[in-house]
Ligand binder design. Structure first.
Ligand code: NAD
Length: 386
């Protein structure tokens, strides 16, 4: 019977974990033994005893858990020590940051780990239930608005009272992907006036259906790649966008930035000069801070006040809502691995679009085409032609 291990996430401040009692019970039904490190669920308010009741065995240290595990279920990319503790040939499921972190990929390959990267799950309809980028971004978009509301010295909705009429807060959202769309919906529910910018004209309809006003930036450049992601735009486009959006930002009480380009630094959309010209007391929440930030003055992991503007650079925002974030992430992992299982063990069928799209290393090789390219390796022969 294959054994899966769920370690405690060791990154500072991390509250999430890669399994819940519900997903443990399902893995057990799939014919797996599941070991959970003692305390792994504490940050998400899941006691060891609750994991145990669901069918898990609790192990006290990470080392013995890794040593026994055929499958490791994690969230953050594994550290060198964690990779060294894994059994040779084990299966790893979790984030890898495989397109940007070459060393981790090589360490996984050298240990002959079969690694499945949550960030590479193809964004196709069948894989929506496995899409951890979306599940976590959705929560981050919600929380960004709540954080902004908390720091803002005024309320969001319009209020007509005997003491006078309060005008609604004005919110500008930059980037209308998964996080941005949830931020629009949340800010609208709180009663704000919401304006939105994105490079992909295709999102205009989605923005408007949520009650947001779309700020269009005319472009001849192709804004979207085959995967539905934004392409990196020219400096000339970004300058035009800054000019157009500038006046909306200067009138705003809140700016929430979520703009990202996969594998690239975040585009700089809010400059020092714009922050200086913003209204005193206004708030910027920069969800792109992990990849360098959309605001030039954001500080990763900090809330700073510059030119009387509060700039929130909280890292790992979904970890601030661990109960839902863990629930959704664990479900994404279950759905991904569950589809690959044959008699409790993952089968690597590279003709399957999700397996081929998300597997980084297997059998001592880097097998993912884009990751191979990033490592300067020749493409492997197509399994369909083999
Ligand atoms: P993301 O986190 O990579 O980027 C966030 C947003 O920033 C995107 O909407 C992008 O267009 C935007 N952006 C980039 N540069 C910008 C700039 N200079 N100015 C303003 N905005 C800018 O994207 P995401 O939220 O992970 O996903 C993007 C899209 O992918 C989704 O909206 C959807 O169309 C698609 N998607 C499909 C599926 C699926 O079918 N399974 C799942 C998830 C996402």
């Amino acid at each position: 019977m294959p054994t899966a291990f769920v370690p405690t996430e060791i990154r500072a401040g991390e509250t999430r974990v890669a399994a819940t009692p519900d997903t443990v019970a399902r893995f057990v039904r799939h014919g797996m033994a599941v070991q959970v490190q003692s305390g792994a669920g504490a940050g998400s308010n899941i006691a060891d005893s609750v994991f145990e009741k669901a069918g898990a065995t609790i192990v006290s240290g990470a080392d013995s858990g890794y040593a026994d595990a055929d499958i490791v279920l994690k969230l953050h990319p594994p550290t060198r020590d964690e990779i060294a503790a894994m059994k040779e040939g084990a299966v790893y499921v979790g984030f890898v940051q495989a397109l940007t972190d070459k060393d981790t990929v090589e360490a996984l390959r050298d240990r002959r780990i079969s690694s499945i990267a949550m960030e590479l799950v193809p964004r196709i309809t069948r894989a929506q239930k496995m899409d951890a980028l979306s599940s976590q971004a959705n929560l981050a978009g919600y929380k960004a608005v709540i954080m902004a509301a908390d720091h803002l010295p005024k309320i969001f909705p319009m209020l007509m009272t005997a003491a006078g009429t309060i005008q609604p807060a004005r919110v500008v959202i930059m980037g209308a992907g998964v996080a941005g769309l949830q931020a629009i919906a949340t800010a609208k529910r709180l009663g704000a006036v919401v304006e939105v910018t994105d490079v992909r004209p295709a999102v205009k309809e989605q923005v408007e259906s949520l009650g947001g006003k779309f700020i269009e930036v005319p472009t001849d450049e192709s804004a979207e790649d085959e995967g539905g992601y934004a392409r990196e735009q020219s400096e000339e486009f970004l300058e035009r966008q800054r000019q157009l959006v500038r006046e909306r930002i200067l009138a705003a009480d809140v700016v929430i930035t979520t703009a990202a380009i996969p594998g690239r630094p975040a585009p700089k959309l809010v400059t020092d000069e714009m922050v200086e010209a913003m209204k005193p007391g206004s708030v910027i929440v920069d969800l792109a801070v992990e990849t360098g930030g959309n605001c030039t003055l954001s500080q990763p992991g900090e809330v700073v006040t510059v030119h009387d503007v509060t700039i929130v650079g909280t890292l790992d925002v979904p970890a601030t809502i661990p109960e839902n974030a863990t629930e959704m992430y664990a479900k994404n992992v279950l759905n991904l691995l569950g589809d690959m299982l044959e008699e409790g063990a993952p089968a690597f069928d590279f003709e399957d679009e999700v397996t081929a799209g998300a597997t980084v290393t297997h059998g001592g090789e880097i097998v993912h085409p884009r990751v191979r390219e990033a490592h300067g390796l020749e493409p492997l022969p197509d399994p369909k032609e083999a």
